[in-house]
Design a protein around this ligand. Structure first.
Ligand code: LLP
Length: 420
């Protein structure tokens, strides 16, 4: 599904002209298409129907309350990594029984609140974490349901910064230590092991690493249960990649499901999936305005009013995002090779490098595609640039789902001591 298409020369989000949204909310802004998010969720649900998985949306990809509510209403659970995400999920009406808690650094407050709410399980990542959880559960006089995140030492063949399944990454328990850790759980007074999980990385295009890693988890699951553990589920994490541009490859959902099924079906266990990017990535764009076209000595720059603080992915991961003008260029229009950069005072502030665009001029609007995941969620206020507006489109309607922060909001957060 592609919700962003040209109609009569203008780029639309579903049935709304993006330029019309810009006229109302100003630029830059994020725009998400509801139908596309639901389309992706339903596609995954259908593809895995025979395994009836819990699809726990990895809400770090896009944690706007409207998006969480939308996916929650469609039946999603949540994969959370902080107290903030836990409270957001609950506020969105997601049943705590559909929440899994990931992350290497869960603190006491987070554990207590999650136990109080009765989440589905904690995905444990270390022995000290296991001990802390047992102590807290004992104090609260409850049994904490746990899964152990297994580090299968598999290379996900993605960008190193988002690769998480090798022994030199901070994540999970090395699979060779799993037996000992499960024994420790069994001997803990207030923990009950109910599953094993993994997450080997993000934006994974080659499906072979999933095959390899899930196969390691599947044999572990079998042997653990043969040894008297009573595990119920395997959680295969997220990580399924998307295409961020017309030259990108993207993995096939059917192939992915086939691989998962081949390992999970014979075990007759429950399946949990934690997709983030795959559900929301292609359903969002960042719309920005051209401030200047600057001819440099060795390259040309399109200077826009969005920057790395709004969309960090190009600066942090050298990520490519296709860029489309809001007004459709002529079919035979020339293309120019440019860097698309923001106003921030450092050279890592780019949204595209060496990308071919149709000529643009001051005040033109352009859309940075596939920005629905890890865009707004990773935004900051560097250079005292307020967080930008987010808009949700549904059919021919649109509504602001995050107001633009004001400069006054930013200033008000600070305190100037009286002694200054
Ligand atoms: N489960 C766990 C435990 C995770 O850590 C993540 C993502 C996911 C699920 C969801 O992964 P996804 O399906 O979205 O690939 N900021 C980076 C991505 C970091 C992903 C971190 N963990 C980016 O913009 O590419």
């Amino acid at each position: 599904m592609n919700s962003f298409e040209y109609k009569n020369g203008s780029l639309f989000a579903e049935q709304v002209k993006l330029a019309d949204i810009a006229a109302v909310v100003g630029t830059p802004f994020y725009c998400y298409c509801q139908s596309e998010i639901i389309f992706h969720f339903n596609a995954m649900k259908q593809e895995f129907a025979d395994l009836s998985p819990l699809i726990a949306y990895a809400m770090k990809a896009n944690s706007n309350q409207a998006i969480i509510s939308l996916l929650g209403n469609a039946g999603a659970g949540a994969d959370i990594v902080s107290l903030g995400e836990l409270e957001r999920a609950v506020a969105a009406g997601i049943d705590p029984k559909k929440i899994v808690f990931s992350g290497v650094g869960k603190n006491e407050k987070e554990m207590m609140r999650a136990l109080e709410l009765g989440i589905h399980c904690f995905n444990l990542e270390s022995v000290p974490e296991l001990e802390r959880l047992n102590d807290i559960a004992a104090k609260m006089n409850v049994i904490a349901p746990v899964s152990v995140r297994i580090n299968p030492d598999v290379d996900a063949k993605t960008h190193t910064k988002i690769s998480t399944g090798k022994f030199d990454n901070k994540f999970g328990i090395p699979y060779i230590e799993a037996n000992a850790v499960f024994k420790k759980i069994k001997n803990s007074s207030h923990l009950k092991a109910i599953g094993i999980d993994m997450h080997i990385g993000s934006q994974i295009i080659d499906l072979a690493p999933f095959d390899e890693a899930i196969s390691i988890l599947a044999s572990l699951f079998k042997s653990l249960n043969e040894n008297g553990h009573e595990l119920e589920h395997i959680d295969i994490g997220g990580g399924l990649g998307i295409s961020h541009g017309k030259n990108d490859k993207s993995p096939d959902l059917k192939e992915y499901a086939k691989i998962v099924r081949s390992h999970i079906k014979p075990l007759n266990c429950k399946l949990i999936i934690e997709p983030g990017r795959w559900l929301v990535g292609n359903a969002g764009v960042l719309v920005t305005k051209v401030e200047y076209f600057k001819q440099g000595a060795s390259k040309d720059f399109v200077i826009v009013n969005a920057a790395m603080n709004d969309l960090l992915r190009p600066a942090l991961y050298e990520a490519h995002h296709d860029i489309l003008p809001l007004s459709k260029p002529q079919d035979n229009a020339e293309q120019m090779k440019v860097d698309v950069v923001g106003p921030i005072c450092e050279s890592s502030d780019y949204l595209a490098q060496g990308q071919y665009l149709n000529p643009v001029k001051q005040d033109d609007l352009i859309a940075i595609m596939s920005a629905g995941a890890y865009g707004a969620a990773m935004a900051g206020t560097y250079n005292s640039r307020p967080l930008i507006t987010e808009v949700l489109v549904f059919g021919d309607k649109f509504e602001t789902i995050r107001e633009r922060q004001t400069i006054a909001d930013l200033i008000a957060l600070d305190n100037v001591p009286a002694w200054i």
